[in-house]
Design a protein around this ligand. Structure first.
Ligand code: SF4
Length: 748
């Protein structure tokens, strides 16, 4: 038996766990146990407990697959053939359409080493500007607000354990009880010590149920609520004038702006009572220490940056930031959502959170990479903008996708399917045949969490190690080795390594002096110290668990207020689409479900999406619990079963995004600062449906992706894999575009 200490493959909490593997049985994991790591202290959620099921799963991709012609089947291929197809397509495309016709799309689940190498691969091997990643759909609004106010974006600027010391904790659009249950022990410790928790959420979530105060605003009005709370704090003399004077700039403009957010007006805009608002401000200002944490509910809007900013303004005005057990933070979602946004897989970024348009940053990183700074491309397009132009003149024609399931997770996903299908070549590296991989021309089987080495950076900014417990199966390779070999074939291999430790050493040098400075972090220190918090500029530096105690990394060392005003969501309800659709997570599924929909226990507990709606709203439409309903927005329709829940606002419908279908509905309107789509609020109509619709069935059988399609039994692959999208285990049956709806309904 071998025993390996590593971390859960899923969310940004990165719970510590121990894997016991049988060396005599190809490293088969025979036991998985939670570790006493600071964030999870011996706890795991159901996803963590069952994570080992992913390792030997029957659906695992074990060899490359290629599609000989568009619309034809995928068939097994050798690595030499698959990489040859990719290299030839890259060369042909760049010769005919220019360097930016080849691009990459990364993910917040990639290790730091892989995210760093992917960014470098696109800039150095492809010399293309076309790269972005799915974190743009996740953290970008909070990151943009934090960067402009604090000069740095580290989700939590303090260890998670500090949460237990806060006497008032405000969670805005966050549901850790479902999204990361082991983190709740820190919240519960706080409550046991008398803390009051305030939850802002349009649904009465598991987190909201245990809160002292639950504010239930209409989705898309959080900014108005935050400005309203600041209005009250100013009026009641509860702001911290000394902190504002000594440590910040720009408050006068904010003070002037919030005069327009008097309580009665904000009550009308948000639906939150004046009494609750006043109680909330009183607690935040007087029952100290106090913390405000935001998450995707506040941030995934077409005004997400300004909304995060409004909460940040409130925290600054109350003097919470940089004080022990107080502050503002945002709860990162994806496993390496933090590290994945620091080291260069963003369109505008170089490692160390450096800007690609900064001449000094270009010179530094080019020096580390051994190239001329002029060889580095300029910043490219953000995620949705790049994806929306796939296959169009001037757009990307050959796309390499790592650790991302665009077909399910991008907004307006029916449009995204059209774009993906229009590519000259789509290459997807994944562990399973995801819905995006099922569309690919080349599928590359990649190693997963317990089969690889590397580092991750958790929601606290703590850099931790992912350790290999067993070798990858079959012909599976690591993404690092694939990128290295592709670079070799493109004549740029001398700049790349496929060894994680070597890559990390280079990342340390590339990040040195940057905002996210990893220069002093080594694998050995991570082992010894239970992870190291960045910035850590030297090996004798202790790392920085708590930021902002002495200043902010801005030009003048002060935090900056920014005046922000409420704007209506891009779509507001009207006669045709009279309600608000908001989307989110379930406890037993994760992201696009590629992994968790394949885990038996998780699939049994949450086998299909359900539209949550208030019983009054259900009655109005003759809908009973468990009925099929059709949700319609301006982009398309999806059918799923109804779940009546009095905890949802009567004007709001909630749908989880772990299955194909929900994002057919969502609005791709982008935040002007972060380029975040408006996932959390769009106008929707609902009606009772007789059952799953037949017309545009994209279920597993229709797509030809049945259980076991991607197994090692490749005799089946030709028959089973078609050019379509699977809804494995899902109850969503329809994804039609608005024009299709119009045709079938005579213009809805
Ligand atoms: Fe894994 Fe997150 Fe669950 Fe922890 S909370 S076990 S990291 S999914």
């Amino acid at each position: 038996m071998t025993v390996t200490e590593t971390h859960c493959p899923y969310c940004a909490l990165q719970c510590g766990m121990t894997l016991q593997a049988d060396a005599a049985d190809r490293g088969k994991v025979v036991r998985l146990e939670p570790a006493d790591f600071p964030v999870n202290r011996g706890g795991l959620c159901a996803k963590g407990w069952t994570a080992a099921e992913l390792l030997g799963h029957e659906d695992r991709l074990l060899t490359p697959l290629v599609r000989e012609r568009k619309g034809g089947p995928l068939r097994p291929a050798s690595w030499d053939e698959a990489l040859g197809v990719i290299t030839a397509a890259i060369r042909r495309s760049q010769r005919e359409y220019g360097r930016d016709s080849v691009g990459a799309f990364g993910g917040g689940g990639l290790t730091n080493e892989k995210a760093y190498t992917l960014g470098k691969f696109v800039r150095v091997a492809l010399r293309s500007s076309a790269i972005d990643y799915n974190g743009r759909f996740c953290m970008s609004s909070a990151a943009t607000a934090a960067n402009r106010s604090f000069g740095v974006d580290r989700g939590l600027p303090f260890p998670l354990e500090d949460v237990a010391r806060a006497q008032t904790l405000m969670l805005v659009g966050a549901n850790p009880a479902d999204a990361m249950p082991p983190s709740m022990q820190h919240l519960e410790a706080g409550r046991a010590a008398g803390a009051r928790h305030i939850v802002v959420d349009p649904r009465r979530t598991a987190t909201a149920r245990d809160a002292y105060l639950h504010l239930q605003p209409l989705p898309g009005t959080d900014l108005a609520l935050a400005n309203g709370l600041l209005h009250i704090a100013v009026r009641e003399g509860l702001i911290d004038e000394a902190f504002i004077r000594d440590r910040t700039t720009g408050f006068d403009a904010v003070r002037a702006a919030v005069t327009g957010y008097w309580p009665q007006r904000v009550e009308r805009m948000t639906g939150v009572s004046e009494t609750d608002m006043r109680e909330c401000v009183r607690l935040l200002a007087t029952q100290r220490p106090s913390m405000i944490l935001t998450a995707r509910g506040a941030e995934q809007h077409s005004n997400g940056t300004d909304t995060a900013q409004a909460w940040l303004n409130l925290a600054l005005a109350l003097g919470l930031v940089g004080r022990p057990y107080e502050g503002y933070g945002t709860i990162t979602g994806q496993g390496n959502g933090q590290g994945g946004r620091e080291h260069g897989q963003k369109a505008d970024q170089l490692p160390g959170y450096r800007r690609l348009d900064d001449p000094a940053a270009r010179a530094h990183v080019a020096g580390v990479w051994g190239i001329d700074a002029d060889e580095l491309p300029r910043p490219g397009l953000s995620a949705y903008e790049m994806l929306d132009r796939l296959g169009t003149p001037g757009g990307v024609r050959v796309l390499l996708v790592l650790a991302s399931n665009i077909a399910v997770s991008a907004p307006h996903s029916s449009r995204m399917l059209e774009r993906l299908r229009s590519l000259d070549l789509l290459v997807v590296s994944d562990i399973f045949l995801s819905e995006t991989a099922a569309l690919a021309d080349v599928v590359l089987p990649t190693a997963q969490w317990a089969e690889e080495e590397g580092t991750m950076t958790n929601l606290e900014g703590r850099v931790i190690r992912r350790r290999r417990a067993l070798p990858p199966p079959g012909e599976v390779r690591t993404d690092l080795s694939v990128l290295k070999e592709l670079a070799d074939r493109l004549g740029r291999g001398q700049f790349f390594s496929d060894r994680p430790r070597e890559v990390f050493e280079e990342l340390r040098r590339a990040s040195a002096g940057g905002v996210a400075d990893y220069a002093g972090i080594t694998y050995e220190r991570i082992d010894k110290e239970d992870g190291v918090f960045w910035p850590c500029p030297a090996e004798d530096h202790p790392g920085t668990p708590r930021l902002f105690a002495d200043g902010f990394p801005t030009a003048d060392g002060r935090a900056r207020f920014h005046r922000v005003e409420h704007r209506d969501p891009h779509e507001t309800p009207d006669r045709q689409f009279p309600y608000v659709l908001t989307t989110g997570r379930l406890m037993r599924q994760y992201q696009s479900g590629t992994q968790t929909r394949r885990v038996k226990e998780l699939d049994a507990a949450a086998p299909e999406p359900m539209a949550e709606l208030h019983p009054d709203l259900a009655r109005r439409h003759g809908i009973a619990d468990g009925d099929w309903v059709e949700l319609r927005t301006r982009r398309g329709a999806a059918r799923m079963r109804a779940r009546c829940d009095p905890g949802v606002r009567p004007d709001t419908i909630f749908a989880p995004f772990h299955w194909p279908g929900t994002n057919v509905l969502t609005d791709p309107a982008l935040d002007p600062h972060s380029r975040m789509p408006a996932f959390k609020a769009c106008a929707v109509a609902i009606s009772r449906a007789d059952g799953p619709a037949e017309a545009a069935d994209v279920s597993a059988s229709a797509a030809g992706i049945a259980a076991g399609a991607a197994r090692a039994d490749f005799g089946q692959v030709d028959e089973l894999i078609g050019d379509g999208v699977g809804a494995r285990g899902g109850g969503v049956r329809v994804s039609r575009t608005q024009s299709e709806l119009d045709r079938t309904r005579g213009g809805a």
